[in-house]
Ligand binder design. Structure first.
Ligand code: KIV
Ligand code: NA
Length: 276
């Protein structure tokens, strides 16, 4: 059955946990969908995981539309949430609504996500008023990396914790259907989760959130250089890929691949009748 914003609302009411994973292409979306995950996030993390940028700031609306379209062809039952990239909603409600609309009409997303709390409440409200569900994202907001001074846990001191609570209230009041809590102490995420009527989706926010989200390359172990504290490797696909690529290289060089079973046959008499 297709997951919708109603699925999210009911899950919170019934205490059923929600699962979300990133995907950026057709093949991955299809696999995530097949696994029964509730939602796919076409995250602007694709700037890092798919395009090799060191942060998310260079990702464009066109990039997001391109990847969201591909995901939409693979995801049957998962709710598709697509990120509004840096500077596509911070320049006023009109830009926010137009750009969110493009992620829906061109990207075929089911909802959009944007970063920030009270300071983007007006944008959230305007997008929701246009009939577009909005997922908020507070705590560590990677698009604000230069303002935050690095990728680090948020809301650890009184001031930070108060701000996080105010932001959570503000995005709910603005009409967001869910809120991502990124890199927030577990106990604070727990209290925010109890306080809100909308579901909280945690990443590095402990297990008391209403749901969880991870970047799929992180949870599949496709990165070996760096592992954030909140990442768990559910598989070691990176290792498996390197192993398979090495084997392929070896078999080519040793003349093992392709074998007869991978080769198209022809009647030998035809081959012999032709002048070369
Ligand atoms: O872009 C992304 O993948 C995200 C998640 C980390 C929440 O925003
Ligand atoms: Na993101």
């Amino acid at each position: 059955m297709k997951n919708t914003v109603l699925t999210f609302r009911r899950a919170k009411e019934e205490g059923v946990k929600l699962s979300m994973l990133t995907a950026y292409d057709y093949t991955t979306a299809k696999l995530v969908d097949e696994a029964g995950i509730n939602a796919i996030l076409v995250g602007d993390s694709l700037g890092m995981t798919m395009l090799g940028y060191e942060d998310t700031l260079s990702v464009t609306l066109e990039d997001m539309i391109h990847h969201s379209k591909a995901v939409s062809r693979g995801a049957k039952n998962t709710l598709i949430v697509c990120d509004l990239p840096f500077m596509t909603y911070n320049t006023g409600v009109r830009d926010a609504v137009i750009n969110a609309g493009r992620l829906m009409s061109e990207g075929r997303a089911n909802a959009v996500k944007l970063e920030g709390g009270a300071e983007v409440a007006e944008e959230i409200r305007a997008i929701v008023n246009a009939g577009i569900p909005v997922c908020a994202h507070i705590g560590l907001t990677p698009q604000a990396i230069n303002a935050l001074g690095g990728f680090r846990v948020q809301g650890k001191d009184i001031e930070g914790a108060k701000k996080l609570v105010e932001d959570a209230k503000a995005v709910e009041a603005a009409g967001a259907f869910a809120v991502v809590l990124e890199c927030v102490p577990g106990r604070l995420a727990e209290e925010i989760t109890k306080m809100l009527k909308i579901p909280t989706i945690g990443i590095g926010a402990g297990n008391k959130c209403d749901g969880q989200v991870l970047v799929y390359q992180d949870m599949l172990g496709m990165y070996t250089e760096f592992k954030a504290k909140f990442v768990k490797h559910f598989a070691n696909i990176g290792e498996d890929m390197i192993k398979a690529f090495r084997e392929y290289d070896k078999e080519i060089k040793e003349g093992i691949f392709p074998d007869k079973e991978h080769t198209f046959a022809i009647d030998e008499s035809i081959v012999e009748q032709i002048e070369y």
